[in-house]
Design a protein around this ligand. Sequence first.
Ligand code: HEM
Length: 497
Amino acid sequence: YVNPEGVNAQPDPLMTARDMRVTFGRMAMNDEETVALTVGGHTVGKAHGNGDAGQLGAEPEGAEIEDMGFGWVNKTSRGIGSDTVTSGIEGAWTTNPTKWDNGYLDLLFKYDWELVKSPAGAQQYAPVGIAEEDMPADAEDPSQRRMPVMTDADMAVKVDPGFRAIAEKFAGDFDYFSDCFARAWFKLTHRDMGPKARYIGPDVPAEDLIWQDVIPAGATGYDVAAVKAAIAASGLSTSEMVATAWDSARTFRGSDLRGGANGARIRLAPQKDWDGNEPARLAKVLDTLGPIASEHGASFADVIVLAGNVGVENAAKAAGYTVDVPFMAGRGDAAQETTDVESFDVLEPVHDDFRNWLKKDYAVAAEEMLLDRAQLLGLSAPEMTVLVGGMRVLGTNHGGSSDGVFTDNVGALSTDFFTNLTDMANTWHPVEGGYEVRDRASGAVKWTASRVDLIFGSNSILRAYSELYAQDDNQEKFIHDFVAAWTKVMNNDRFDA
Ligand code: HEM
């Protein structure tokens, strides 16, 4: 949110410029896109503050049922047209506010602007000595002319040196400005639709745009069984294969459908250098998988996922079960040139409780961050539970930490995490940096654990899921549920399929 009256309603365009950069930066907008959107947006329409804001009714959620979802209804005036009060700021930005033109920058640069109060009492800027013909027509009565307006954010476009240089370029080149606005608007309204494979209809632009995280189509005709055999013979451990496939897929965000295993961007900057991906281990695994991919005509992205599948199948076998983890070929490999490094930075995992890892200590509890990642990955609570319990015994903890690895048989897809978590023979004790699990009878320390491990025993709902998997006739169900949740994560981003 950018307060149009200034940060904390204290007008200061340079401070507001800072807020604009933060707010638009979160939407992956750079300075040029930010200026284009603000200038272009305010080329049409007006701000509404012609009246007493104190007369407005309750907000939408607090309003009467007959207001039908509208809030801030003004029942003491018409409440519409020139009597509208919304932001409290009053006026249009341009002389012709129903026309796409360069009128915003014309007025912004032509006049000095001074701080005034709107009829509703809001801080806004008015031009000094404006010529009659530059004044916007009244929204209802075109024979009347009104004062135009600039908010603190509009003044930031003029006052902040970085924004101003862009605005001056736009002022001198209307076509360039229009193109920048069109592109930024398209990005604003489509970025959270995810990859282009999700677009439909005749208006889809042919041009590929970097923020679409472009991924070329991958091969499907290669021999999957041969690739799996080569991976199995490569000498990689179960935990290396599973952790790498997981890291490749875990960047997926259901919130804006970015990230995921498709594209194999884990081998590109910035992902290859993220702490969460354990760069040294990652480089070793990629060096092994790369030649397998090229030799068999498969994409790197597919081979990373297949390695995870091989790891899970081996782990099931070690627990006495034969499973075939479903696989859908056809992932492509993205290029470094079509990877928007800066906007990928925000996908960096700074915690991954599926791998029992926090980059540092946070004010937010680890188990809450687990929920955040689980919901971004589209996982239900049972799916989250089965994945955490399974990954612990596969030895996929970040940095080889042994927290939560409640088993003597690391690498076998057993229910040991759940049986030991719910076993009343164990007692749980806070110690420096985490928890100890001790034998109730002897007091001997058996394992260490994190808050995330304990939450599956302490939270009543998660404990119920843990008890289900701890049940001694549910090992097969556990393996099938694990494989289903695993496959879901691996395929989260397969919009192309
Ligand atoms: C820092 C950024 C921005 C601030 C602080 C800001 C602030 C405001 C305010 C206070 C209003 C008046 C609302 C009212 O009283 O009814 C307004 C209206 C408007 N804004 Fe923005 N805005 C910003 C960016 C944008 C962007 C990026 C767009 C679109 C690309 C946009 C498009 C509009 C339009 C079209 C109106 C007029 C609506 C109408 O006629 O009812 N604004 N803005």
